[in-house]
Design a protein around this ligand. Structure first.
Ligand code: ZN
Length: 505
């Protein structure tokens, strides 16, 4: 009985094992055949699985403790160029990395889907960032993500990240306004006023979306940057207005909302109020702050006056007709390996000469690019080492910022800088007396840093350029490099010749 029982039991075990083995074998054979089919049937997929190598590069930034990571892929179908900051603090790094990884993956996945639909059009993903500092020690990192996926319109979104590298504190918009709903309501009203009064946005706004996305809800204001002068709010393209005008940006002077700010962000009181008024209200194209709507109108007139006095006079023939019109193209805040190089190529195509107002800190990082600018025959300008507002600096700092930059430009290129442009156009007697170089401002502000839109670059130039104009652009924004060809083609067709700022005199 027992024996039989045992025997029956072992038969069961045998059957079970055999079944499992057969099942596993069948499954394995099936899987192998599937795999074989895939590789055999669709060679393009195998190619797709072997992406062009991604080049990752790390350099120090001019901000202590902050490195710049660059990831590039020159894949012919789904290329990308991504730049983001890395600090010594893991919470901050994780937040950035999560955003970058997600964005990159979404782009590559969408592109792959398009490839399956047999679309051959290539996509584009460009992520760059700017660093804005505030006297509290906070750095705002503004990440600009422009992408274009086949079959959809390109879009730009802006995300901000914050870090105080010394205290390791990461702030949110709630911290800036002390988590106070009342204060947020005031901000909401101010932002709406700015949007409705912004002449470049006029006719492009979507009133309903605008209202919804500027309601006093913290999340609506979560993308912001702090400078010593302003708080800047960023909205996504299409969020409030038509895509043609790019992502709307609103800057509110801190002076106007000082009472609403948490103590650490309050504006520092200056000794001389009158000099402050004269100097800080000048348009601030470089650090992302928009010109203040309350700025005295005299600034622009002043710049125009300077321009007219300094050689805007057209050359005339005997009949009084203009025979040649001059325009000076200027590029600030570079050099940049990718953008400056593309701009040099475009200028060469039109045999155009321009002036590059370089930051010493960037010349130090990219000496070869600075040298290329010189070798191409352009004028070299000094734009300070670190881009501070010199009207707020003491004489020693002013001297350092200017001299150190002139020295590195000469060391690297073998040529002296021959013009000086103060950051933000902020200049007073003290600053100009220390430069030893002609101070050059501008009369046509393309606002390229603000709209990041290649088409709007041309729009601005068309609207404002006249004989003798000095056009302000920045050779750190991809959209500027992309829009330049159309600008040069237009100006050439209008009879302009391209000169350096010194040749304008
Ligand atoms: Zn600048």
């Amino acid at each position: 009985m027992t024996r039989t029982h045992r025997k029956r039991r072992s038969t069961w075990i045998d059957i079970t094992f055999s079944t499992i083995i057969i099942a596993l074998t069948v499954a394995t054979i099936y899987l192998i055949s599937l795999n074989g089919k895939n590789t055999a049937a669709s060679p393009p997929k195998t190619q797709a699985a072997k992406p062009t190598p991604v080049v990752i590069d790390t350099i120090d930034s001019s901000y202590p403790g902050i490195k710049i990571i660059t990831e590039t892929s020159n894949d012919t179908y789904s290329p990308f160029a991504i730049q983001y900051p890395q600090s010594l603090h893991s919470t901050f790094n994780d937040a950035i990395s999560t955003y970058i990884t997600y964005t990159k993956k979404s782009y590559l996945t969408a592109m792959e889907k398009n490839r399956e639909l047999a679309s051959k059009y290539k996509g584009e993903l460009n992520i760059s960032f700017e660093t804005l500092s505030h006297h509290s020690g906070n750095y705002s990192f503004v990440i600009v993500n422009s992408n274009s996926i086949v079959g959809a319109n390109g879009a730009t979104e802006i995300r901000s990240f914050h870090l105080n590298p010394v205290t390791e504190k990461i702030i949110s918009i709630e911290d800036v306004f002390k988590w106070d709903q009342k204060r947020l309501e005031t901000i909401s009203t101010l932002v709406r006023d700015h949007l409705y009064n912004d002449s470049t946005l006029k006719d492009h706004l979507y009133p309903e979306e605008l209202h919804l996305n500027t309601e006093p809800v913290w999340e609506n204001y979560s993308n912001f940057a702090l400078t010593d002068d302003s708080i800047i709010f960023y909205f996504d393209e299409y969020e409030l207005a038509a895509g043609a005008i790019g992502p709307p940006i609103v800057a509110i002077p801190l002076g106007a909302i000082n009472d609403l700010l948490a103590d650490e962000f309050k504006i520092q009181v200056q000794e001389s109020d009158s000099s402050l008024d004269e100097n800080i209200e000048v348009e601030k194209p470089d650090d992302g702050t928009t010109p203040d709507v309350n700025a005295p109108p005299s600034n622009e007139e002043q710049i125009r006056d300077i321009d007219q006095n300094s050689g805007g006079t057209p050359l005339h023939d005997g009949t009084g007709e203009t025979i040649v019109k001059k325009v000076a193209l200027t590029f600030d805040d570079g050099p940049d390996p990718k953008v400056t190089t593309q701009i040099l190529d475009t200028l060469q195509k039109y045999n155009a000469k321009a002036t590059f107002f370089m930051l010493g800190s960037r010349v130090e990082y990219y000496p070869d690019i600075a040298k290329n600018v010189k070798d191409a025959g352009h004028e070299l300008g000094n734009h300070t080492w670190n881009h501070p507002d010199l009207t707020k600096a003491d004489s020693e700092k002013i001297g350092n910022e200017i001299n150190r930059t002139s020295t590195i430009i000469e060391t690297v290129t073998g040529t002296k800088a021959t013009a000086f442009r103060p950051p933000y156009g902020a200049v007073n007697q003290k600053v100009s007396s220390q430069t030893g170089l002609p101070v050059v401002l501008w009369d046509v502000d393309t606002l390229d840093w603000k709209h990041r839109n290649a088409n709007r670059l041309l729009m601005k130039v068309k609207e404002e350029t006249k004989d003798g104009s000095i056009i302000l652009m920045h050779d750190i924004h991809q959209s500027t490099a992309d829009g330049l060809d159309a600008v040069l083609a237009y100006l050439q067709s209008e009879g302009y010749i391209f000169v350096t700022v010194s040749e304008l005199d």
